[in-house]
Ligand binder design. Structure first.
Ligand code: BTN
Length: 336
């Protein structure tokens, strides 16, 4: 699926109508066009347009003539009030948007604040590392960005995306998931398939503090048909839950767990630096002792993954020496 950048950003009223359709469908039953039209007090033709729009946003729907429309899989929209209630002790202020270009961008546009959390049900221009697109179908996954203001010197922030990855692992382990792995510097994986990606963006402010935007995309129940453009191997938490005999994931519960673990790890990171997390990283480091390639703009380095140093930089054992690799614009491939 290509994420559609809405040419005409829908009005708030239309966004509410799109939301109402999803809410009506979320009972899991069949709904006819006329039935939905009646509930929304609009024409059938307009319902059809709304349904088309939702399909363009990647909503996985079945439709059968005579029966109407039904969601392919169970879903509940994220509830801002409940999320804020559960994150109140963490002093996180969450806002849920139906549509965003990118939650990282929206956090900047809405006004960066420490512990402001922007969540979207859909991203039209979700950003991945190295200029990639992050496929973000509506109400299927989790897309969120947390603002974090810190006085840590920028040179110490190299390990931050690793700490974010470890926070996701802890949250998911608490929910019963097992055998998760981290691929330096920003991928959460299971058996070589990507479950989540992390995009950290930094900017300075006049006081000398750093404004850090921590963006996380976590595949929860993405339909294969909406994700055909993803080039690398990926999977959703729902598949992993099936494989490991767990209940299907509840997106809101997963989100809250991840933000809580991240929030407490950020405090530890600020106080003790990445060193505090080094041994934990070693438990999940997928490329340790594996043949890997490091792809840089114009070069490729090959060697054996040798862990990370106390700042979170990658260590590559080549034939001749131990090289230290900083995240920047490099890409790491684990050779099969
Ligand atoms: C990657 O693995 O390349 C990083 C992906 C990060 C995606 C998330 S989704 C929420 C936040 N907003 C964005 O535009 N990107 C991040």
């Amino acid at each position: 699926m290509t994420n559609k950048i809405p040419t005409d950003t829908p009005s708030q009223h239309k966004v509410e109508q799109l939301k109402s359709i999803i809410e009506l469908l979320s009972d899991g039953g069949w709904h006819t066009g006329p039935g939905l039209a009646q509930r929304l007090k609009v024409s059938r033709a307009y319902v059809w347009k709304l349904i088309q729009q939702l399909q363009e946003y990647g909503l996985a729907l079945e439709s059968i003539s005579g029966k109407g429309y039904r969601l392919k899989q169970h879903l509940n929209l994220l509830q801002q009030g409940e999320i804020n209630q559960q994150l109140s002790e963490d002093k996180v202020d969450a806002q849920v948007f139906m549509l965003a270009d990118s939650t990282n961008q929206l956090l900047k546009d809405e006004g960066f604040c420490h512990k402001r959390l922007i969540i979207a049900e859909y991203q039209s221009a979700g950003r991945g590392r190295r200029g990639r697109n992050w496929v973000s179908p509506i109400a299927a996954n989790l897309y969120w960005s947390l603002g974090w203001q810190t006085q840590m010197p920028v040179q110490k922030l190299g390990g931050l995306s690793l700490v974010v990855g470890l926070s996701l692992v802890s949250a998911l382990e608490q929910l019963g998931y097992k055998d998760l792995a981290l691929k330096w510097p920003n991928d959460l994986r299971y058996q070589g398939k990507k479950l989540a990606g992390i995009l950290v963006e930094l900017s300075g402010d006049a006081s000398g503090d750093l404004n850090v935007i921590i963006g996380v995309g976590l595949n929860v129940q993405m339909d294969q048909s909406t994700a055909q453009e993803i080039e690398q191997a990926w999977m959703s938490l729902s598949e992993l839950a099936d494989e490991q005999g767990l209940n299907g994931p509840n997106r809101q519960q997963v989100l809250i767990g991840c933000v809580k673990h991240l929030n407490s790890n950020l405090a530890l990171f600020e106080e003790f630096g990445f060193e505090h997390f080094l041994s934990k990283w070693q438990e999940y480091d997928e490329s340790f002792d594996q043949q890997v390639s490091i792809l840089q703009a114009n070069s490729k380095l090959q060697g054996l993954g040798a862990g990370v140093d106390s700042s979170g930089a990658f260590l590559l054992q080549t034939d001749s020496q131990l090289e230290t690799i900083y995240a920047g614009e490099v890409s790491l491939r684990i050779n099969q």
